[in-house]
Design a protein. Structure first.
Length: 122
């Protein structure tokens, strides 16, 4: 696929999201074209299968951009994406969020050939 064809598809996806789903101001200029950095860079990162850490002040649309991009690119309903999100508050620390499984107990589980859990150690 030619570079121009890729650019056209990316531009079409960006335009669709920015005009219909994610309303935010442009804050980046690329070759004379204005774009929203969060939306554009998240879209490009998702297209190459990468990962991104989006940082910034509250209310800039970081979460919204990620939700819509994931929904469109991976064909997942927004409800599925929203159900997988973890909400926090200023007093919530990493230690309170991170779960640490007991790998010893997990390794002792017995499963059927279909993968169903048959017995878990107490």
């Amino acid at each position: 696929m030619a570079v121009q064809e890729h650019r056209g598809k990316i531009r079409d996806m960006y335009t669709f999201i920015s005009e219909r789903l994610y309303f935010n101001r442009p804050d980046l200029s690329v070759q004379g074209e204005s774009a929203n950095a969060t939306l554009l860079l998240s879209l490009l990162t998702a297209l190459i299968g990468g990962k991104a850490l989006i940082i910034g002040e509250p209310g800039l649309g970081k979460t919204t951009a990620a939700e819509y991009i994931c929904s469109l690119l991976y064909c997942l309903p927004l409800g599925v994406i929203w159900s997988g999100e973890v909400s926090g508050h200023p007093e919530q620390t990493e230690e309170k969020i991170v779960g640490r499984p007991n790998l010893g107990k997990l390794n002792q589980e017995k499963r059927s050939s279909s993968g169903a859990l048959l017995h878990a150690c107490p």
